[in-house]
Design a protein around this ligand. Sequence first.
Ligand code: PGA
Length: 251
Amino acid sequence: MNNKIIVANWKMNPPTVKEAGVLFSDISSLAKNLKGKTVVICPPYPFLFISQKLKNKKIILGAQDISSFSSGAFTGEVSPKMLKDMGVRFVIAGHSERRSLGETDKIINEKISNSLKHKLSVILCVGEKDRDHDGKYLSFVEKQIKNCLNDITKPQLKNIIIAYEPVWAIGKNAVREATVEEFTEMRIFIRKVISDIYDSKVAHTIPILYGGSVNVENAKEFMEKGGADGLLVGRDSLNSKRFVGIINLIK
Ligand code: PGA
């Protein structure tokens, strides 16, 4: 994937179908030049149908979660086939907000396998809760990657994107923003972990995104200085002008 990837994670927003429709169509009409860019919008499940209705071919639909089961008696779950039928092509797996609700690496691994089995691409989120001075955050992220990619084969890896999202830099309660240097170190480290599991060729091609308080002010730095292959945007994806501002900054 040579395109730069910009993912909007709307989380549990906006509150109404009407507002979701306005946000989606505003982003679609403002985002004109998407050459070399893959823009993925991940609305909450009930709003997935809006984009089907709006039919904007330039913007790709993603889901914020997926079931680890294929079909059957699983109350509240949403299957890969259902998502595909709604036009979804990407799925976020292992977001820290889902991990904090009890999702384990094992469950995330099952969700990834299930997504890949049904030809959905996966955005795997990893990231430590705290930064320590002894480098424990590196082994924490390494373990997350190894567990979540357990039994995922090398050919399957071409449908996986890794998003590094340090938990302490996410959301309005973020401790602080991450620095470009912190991201760069982690980006290199993630490639090493992938190289250890698979080989250096795939390690160099797997896209690595940055996420956590990304905004119009810092996006360019993470992309250009930090060498990110893309960005995962939370709060700033709920404002069409700011989100499209981020898209337009990316060369
Ligand atoms: P944020 O969220 O941009 O609001 O920090 C990012 C994320 O959780 O994916």
